[in-house]
Design a protein around this ligand. Structure first.
Ligand code: ZN
Ligand code: ZN
Length: 352
């Protein structure tokens, strides 16, 4: 498959961007990007560190030297940049740190994930369990999902970060960073001339995964949609976007419209399903009839992010308020509120 080969891109200023394909987790592919400008050699994301990911990163750098005649050894790298604190993008950091002393940078809102990794796991476990129970996931299934969630997150240990994008003024010579919270709190995209490294903010085929902000501040659909609007003007300056997964995006502006349409449709689908009361879990099973356990976690989070958006705007309401005890984890049942056609752009047809 062509997408699984190392590929080279050049922007109008002559900077080169190499996409290094990585097998991140079983069945999941992604990329690290190496950006070479006049004065910088930047590694943008480092893969998961899991399975063959590190070796593939190493082999990619080697191939860039041999096949494309660059001088891209570990000792030449000037900066390690992490697009956002999801493990498929930063998990390889310890491997990379042993090979280069180049400073590591990330957005301030994601820094703590890397520097206080163990602390964060402790904090998130009870919150995640309560979230699943409130969403209506049965208790035995909840324990299974929590165990899997923690297992997945056990693959890393804290590491020091050297700088934040803010500290650089959101700029590093020719690279311009834009903070686009939503998919992740500290998600950034980077513009390198007329090429945009869109990380997991804009992907070619999938609408990037969404979790509710109730689990993690500065995530959720509200922020995500606002961040798509924020990036839209940038697409006028770029002719190509390269995401953290999937193929190159030839028309980023059209892709943004398509992603908004996916969310609009999903919100409407949920409203239709909520003609009769249901929990987030029940609706998630309708929307994503998944059997694979990890995907069930993603399905509940994705559905919950949309519920949160609808709830905060008064499109849905709780039906079992009397059952919900203060501080308890009672499954919450929601139903659609019969209100006038909304004025919310995400729920309206068309883009006006
Ligand atoms: Zn991500
Ligand atoms: Zn990713």
């Amino acid at each position: 498959m062509k997408d699984r080969e190392l590929s080279r891109f050049e922007n109008s200023g002559g900077d080169r961007i190499y996409r290094i394909p990585l097998d991140i987790f079983p069945g999941m592919h992604g990329y690290a990007h190496l950006v070479i400008t006049k004065d910088l050699l930047v590694l943008f994301d480092v893969g998961s560190g899991f399975g063959d990911s590190n070796e593939q990163l190493e082999a990619g750098l080697e191939q860039i030297n041999v096949e494309f005649k660059e001088n891209a050894g570990w000792d030449r790298i000037t900066h390690i940049l992490i697009s956002h604190a999801h493990i498929d993008h930063y998990g390889g950091l310890h491997y990379v740190r042993e090979r280069t002393s180049a400073p590591i940078g990330i957005h301030e809102l994601d820094r703590r994930v890397l520097t206080n990794y163990e602390e964060r796991l402790e904090v998130i476990e009870p919150r995640f369990r309560a979230f699943l129970l409130e969403s209506g996931v049965p208790e035995s299934k909840t324990e299974e999902l929590v165990t899997l969630y923690l297992l997945h997150k056990m693959l890393f240990s804290s590491i020091e970060v050297d700088f934040s994008f803010e500290a650089l003024g959101m700029r590093l010579n020719g690279l311009e960073f834009v903070h686009v919270p939503g998919h992740c709190s500290g998600q950034v995209v980077a513009r390198v001339g007329d090429i945009l490294l869109s990380a997991d903010h804009i992907l070619e085929q999938t609408s990037p995964h969404m979790a509710p902000e109730s689990l993690s501040l500065n995530t959720g659909l509200e922020h995500y949609l606002a961040s798509l609007q924020k990036v839209a003007p940038l697409t006028k300056q770029v002719r190509l976007a390269l995401g953290g997964h999937e193929g190159p995006i030839e028309d980023p502006e059209a892709r943004i419209e398509a992603i908004i349409a996916v969310h609009r449709e999903r919100l409407n689908q949920i409203l239709d399903l909520l003609d009769t009361p249901a929990t987030i879990y029940e609706v998630s099973q309708e929307l994503f009839p998944e059997t694979e356990v990890y995907h069930q976690i993603l399905a509940v989070e994705e559905t919950a992010a949309h519920f949160e958006y609808l709830y905060s705007r008064g499109f849905v309401e709780l039906t079992n308020l009397d059952d919900i005890e203060v501080g308890g984890d009672t499954p919450r049942k929601y139903v659609r509120r019969q209100i006038e056609e909304s004025v919310m752009p995400a729920l309206k047809g068309g883009s006006d």
